[in-house]
Design a protein around this ligand. Structure first.
Ligand SMILES: C[S@@+](CC[C@H](N)C(=O)[O-])C[C@H]1O[C@@H](n2cnc3c(N)ncnc32)[C@H](O)[C@@H]1O
Length: 311
């Protein structure tokens, strides 16, 4: 099964990462390798790409589709929080650019068979890395009602979180909830009927929140962002594509935090506050895809791009 994904904002990513021949770039989220390929083309003839993905199927796909660049790539099946130790092992002190394209790929939604989408009847798994322990099925069938409501409201901003959690707990007493269709149906019945056409499917927010929880997406991003500046060479660039306001908030705050200067009074001969300015933000506001890109690829519509430069 080919690994399907349509990369978003490719030109903007290449520009903000300042991708040039000879540079060493890390793609932390290879997915279908659309960005990776564009980076390899632009860094030719002697640039290098370090590629990561926590999904083994993405790595197997990368080994296949990037085979002609074999002498200029190193691929790792790993979570991007482990990038510092990967660079350490490679003996690399700093790279010229780091790309994060967060969330799931179309492959996850359309053909992974892991229950990411309410449009497919699949086992409720939702792990991007299938070697990790907890699945969406375990969460839905074993977590307390309060915990479920918290996940739905915190990660999905679902306003009917309590009603949905109550319905799940009621239904799972009758029979365990094992599939995406089964869960989607419980959610549909739990929320009040709304008049007029619906902008999104009623299960959208709950599915997204479960996925974010199961994969610890926000926690991993937070850890990664704290250390990212130290992985870049001076003038090296970070570019992050996010699809969720909570992700974007983490990226924005961390770029801001790493952009703070020393706050000691000028009369102090030595800094005691410990703030070393590491980043210069390149995007005051997040960049959005053009109307043309959204028309061609509606999945791109909620993308936000933020970039920063290492000082
Ligand atoms: C939106 S897709 C990337 C698409 C890719 N840029 C392309 O051009 O096809 C996101 C990918 O990142 C991976 N991913 C998400 N979070 C990750 C993490 N913390 N560490 C490593 N990979 C991650 C997912 O498995 C998925 O394959």
């Amino acid at each position: 099964m080919p690994y399907h994904h349509v990369p978003v904002m490719v030109d903007e990513v290449l520009a903000y990462l300042n991708v040039q021949p000879g540079k060493t770039i890390v793609d932390c989220t290879l997915g279908g390798c659309g960005h990776a390929k564009a980076i390899l083309e632009r860094t030719a003839p002697d640039g290098f790409l370090i590629g990561l993905d926590q999904d083994i199927e993405a790595i197997e796909n990368a080994q296949y589709v990037l085979t002609s660049y074999n002498n200029r790539i190193a691929l790792f099946h790993d979570n991007f929080v482990n990038l510092p130790s990967i660079l350490d092992r490679l003996g690399i002190i700093g790279v010229d650019g780091i790309l994060l394209d967060l969330g799931v790929s179309l492959h996850h939604l359309e053909s992974s068979g892991r229950g990411f989408s309410f449009r497919k009847n699949e086992p409720l798994d939702m792990r991007m890395d299938v070697s990790t322990k907890i699945t969406a099925e375990q969460v839905v069938n074993t977590f307390k009602e309060k915990e479920l409501a918290h996940i739905f409201s915190c990660y999905g901003e679902e306003r009917f979180s309590k009603r949905i959690a109550r319905a799940i707990v009621r239904e799972r007493k009758k029979t365990p909830i094992r599939t995406s269709y089964c869960l989607a149906e419980i959610i549909r019945k739990a929320i009040p009927k709304q008049s007029g056409p619906q902008r999104i499917h009623p299960a959208t927010r709950v599915f997204m929140s479960l996925r974010i929880y199961v994969n610890s997406e926000l926690e991993k991003l937070e850890i990664f962002m704290k250390n990212v500046a130290d992985l870049l060479t001076p003038r090296g660039r970070l570019c992050v594509l996010s699809f969720h306001s909570l992700e974007d908030r983490i990226v924005k705050h961390q770029i801001r935090a790493l952009g703070k200067t020393c706050s000691c009074p000028p009369s102090f001969s030595k800094c005691i506050c410990g703030f070393e300015k590491k980043f210069r933000s390149l995007t005051k506001k997040p960049l959005r895809p053009t109307g043309d890109e959204i028309s061609a690829n509606p999945n791109a519509r909620s993308t936000r791009l933020r970039a920063a430069e290492r000082i």
